[in-house]
Design a binder for this molecule. Structure first.
Ligand SMILES: *Cc1c(COP(=O)(O)O)cnc(C)c1O
Length: 391
């Protein structure tokens, strides 16, 4: 215990200590924390549908019919009708032969990479990929080559270097939307590269699912290459407002995971309320109401980023609803986040190891349900706080 205390004191001293904030009430865009009302600017509930009556009612009905828990892992007796129905729906949504649910995005990425790859295989992984992909690469025992962020020329060069000693499968893995920078992977060019090199492409669309593309099918749809992606990973806990994650892919890939993926096999399946509400979320996403929410989100994103850019802030090339504001050092970043909190705006500061040293940031996320007025006001407050800190 003493050693942990000492290590925690070390984190305090460098502004690296993390702690939890308890949300008392609300699904956003306003929440109650510490007895005050805050504008929520750091939720991944982008469409604002986590508390939508259709999702809530679906969850309640499934709980009434099936109970609170599933009772077992998927291969025992924990595959319920609502899990199977959602998997079929997700395969349709992504245009693949099959799909498989995981209990979280973290479990999905570790489970997909571990289940599909082995020591003879080679993974090419973007330098800014999510931590769960990095951990999945480790668990897979495949050799992993990290390529500079979204750098196609560097990736191609690495492939040329690796070609002579090629043994097994090659897999390129990338976030569709990068979770801390809010930029998009160059998916069409990655498709060209993987096809030219007999490799597979896996896209983690945690932040694109439900949100991007004309039908909400994600970054692949937005960039016009949905049907060329081999492995579509996505989460249900962000844009879709529920929990859990999935892989949509070929029947062979899915059946392999059912047989080999340890996070899939050795864990109790999602409670029935989750797939039932995710089904309702997909209905919503594919409806006219979903299209309106995506339009509102895009309008909000544009006016928020425009106001910050005019204010002279560095948004690190964001082109989605994830809007980072570069602030560099951890202590200053957390002080800015605290100051904004006191002014009624909840936006988290992000520090290493989530982002590289010296690249701390305020990571704001826009929701479809924010009003333009409150976003412009928040952007002004952020601009002022960042500028004050710079002088
Ligand atoms: C959030 C996130 C995950 C993890 O998903 P969870 O369902 O929250 O475990 C995976 N990949 C990316 C890119 C993410 O942003």
């Amino acid at each position: 215990m003493e050693q942990w205390k000492k290590e925690l004191a070390g984190l305090d001293a460098t502004g690296m200590r993390r702690s939890l904030k308890v949300v008392e009430d609300g699904q956003g865009p306003h929440v109650q924390i510490d007895g005050r009302d805050l504008l929520l600017l750091c939720s991944n509930n982008y469409l604002g549908i986590a508390g939508h009556p259709a999702l809530v009612e679906a969850a309640v009905a499934a709980t009434r019919n099936f109970g609170a828990g599933s009772g077992a892992s998927r291969l025992i007796s924990g595959t319920l009708r609502s899990h199977a129905d959602l998997e079929e729906r997700l395969a349709c949504f992504k245009g693949t032969e099959a799909a498989l649910l995981f209990n979280s995005g973290y479990a999905a990425n570790t489970g997909i990479l571990q289940g599909l790859l082995g020591p003879d295989d080679l993974v090419f992984s973007d330098a800014l990929n999510h931590a769960s992909i990095i951990d999945g690469c480790r668990l897979s025992q495949a050799r992993t080559v990290v390529y500079p962020h979204a750098d196609l020329a560097a990736l191609e060069e690495l492939m040329v270097m690796e070609r002579p000693q090629r043994k097994g499968r090659w897999l390129i893995v990338t976030d569709g939307v990068f979770s801390m920078d809010g930029d998009l992977a160059p998916l069409d060019a990655l498709c060209d590269l993987k096809e030219a090199n007999d490799a597979l492409l896996m896209v983690d669309d945690a932040h694109g699912t439900g949100v991007l593309g004309i039908h909400g099918r994600g970054s692949g749809e937005l960039l016009g290459c949905l049907d060329r992606i081999d492995l579509h990973m996505g989460t249900l806990g962000k844009g879709l407002g529920c929990a859990g994650a999935y892989l949509a892919s070929s029947r062979a890939a899915i059946d392999t995971l059912i047989n080999r993926s340890r996070p899939f096999i050795f864990s109790t399946s999602l409670p029935p309320a989750v797939p039932a509400s995710a089904m309702a979320a997909l209905d919503l996403v594919e409806s006219e109401e979903g299209a309106v929410l995506r339009r509102d989100l895009e309008r909000n994103r544009q006016l928020f980023t425009e106001r910050l850019t005019v204010g002279g802030l560095d948004l690190l090339g964001s082109c989605t609803q994830i809007v980072p504001v570069l602030t560099r050092e951890p202590q200053a970043t957390m002080a800015m986040s605290q100051k904004l909190f006191e002014q009624g705006v909840f936006v988290q500061g992000i520090r290493p190891p989530t982002v590289p040293e010296g690249a701390c940031r305020l990571r704001a996320t826009v929701m479809a349900t924010h009003t333009p007025e409150e976003l412009l006001q928040a952007a002004n407050l952020i601009r002022d706080v960042v500028r004050e800190s710079a002088v």
